[in-house]
Design a protein. Structure first.
Length: 277
């Protein structure tokens, strides 16, 4: 018996060692950015020791060159609007696919989910032309408009809603409770952890988005954090390495905090999404 227990323990340790190594490797870029964001270029390329030369000058330089508060608010506005729109459409679509019947439902769902595998580069040009014709360049709406729905969110919330007994919804219907009240009073409270986790995923993805804002935004006052980072890196003037690291720290701060707070919901959502096909 002890031999079997020892063997099982050895197998668990054997799996945890490579996983711990992968986690450590993935943390290296984050620790690298945080460390060098508090260092000056002179201390890096000079004779100063590794643990000396710490300064807040990089963050002061960002505040001097950029309207950092406005840029942060721009990023927050875009992330909140995109998250709200995607959550709304995902909840309504998931509810329709689980609790309503209509012709071609399964085919329509298959087509919708298949859009997950379409690369962004395929939809980028049509979206760009649409935004151009609507004259929405250099605006928050121009960034948000192509991101009103998300097939991944529909998939995750549909999987969660499938675990809700349909008899519960049928009883609500017999009691004269309408669809919207059923959704609000019954479905949403049950799905709250998955909704929170999906919303955090939407928020982080939108917060970190770079390519689409690069195509749409023109003026510095309307930049997002990920876009403002490029202002400190150019082929002509060179890269202000430590200032870029400071911008990276500012950009990752809110997403990392949100993930640490809600990681339990995020993990449980992905785990439950594989229970039913």
């Amino acid at each position: 018996m002890k031999t079997k227990t020892r063997a099982a323990l050895d197998r668990q340790v054997g799996w945890h060692i490579p996983l711990a190594f992968l986690v450590a490797v993935s943390l290296v870029p984050v620790l690298f950015a945080v460390f060098y964001s508090f260092k000056s270029l002179q201390s890096i390329y000079g004779d100063a020791g590794l643990l000396s030369g710490f300064t807040l000058e990089n963050f002061r330089e960002i505040a001097r060159q950029l309207p950092i508060v406005r840029i942060t608010l721009n990023t927050l506005t875009v992330a909140v609007l995109v998250t709200a729109c995607k959550l709304l459409t995902s909840i309504l679509a998931a509810y329709a696919f689980v609790f309503t019947e209509f012709r071609g439902k399964n085919i329509f769902y298959f087509i919708l989910i298949s859009t997950i595998f379409i690369p962004f580069t395929v939809t980028m040009i049509p979206n760009y032309i649409t935004v151009s014709r609507l004259n929405l360049f250099d605006s928050v709406l121009g960034i948000v408009l192509p991101q009103l729905a998300d097939a991944t969110g529909i998939f995750l919330l549909r999987q969660t809603m499938r675990s809700i007994p349909k008899s519960l919804i049928e009883i609500a219907g017999l009691d004269g409770i309408g669809r919207m009240r059923t959704l609000w009073d019954i479905i949403l409270p049950i799905c709250r952890p998955s909704i929170v986790a999906t919303g955090i995923i939407f928020f982080i993805n939108s917060w970190n988005e770079y390519v689409w804002p690069t195509l749409i935004l023109r003026s510095k006052d309307n930049y997002t954090l990920s876009l403002a980072m490029q202002l400190f890196s150019s082929s002509e003037a060179g890269t202000e390495f430590t200032t870029v690291m400071a911008m990276a720290v500012l950009s990752m701060l809110i997403p990392v905090l949100l993930y640490l707070i809600f990681q339990r919901y995020i993990m449980s959502t992905f785990a439950s999404s594989g229970i039913k096909g």
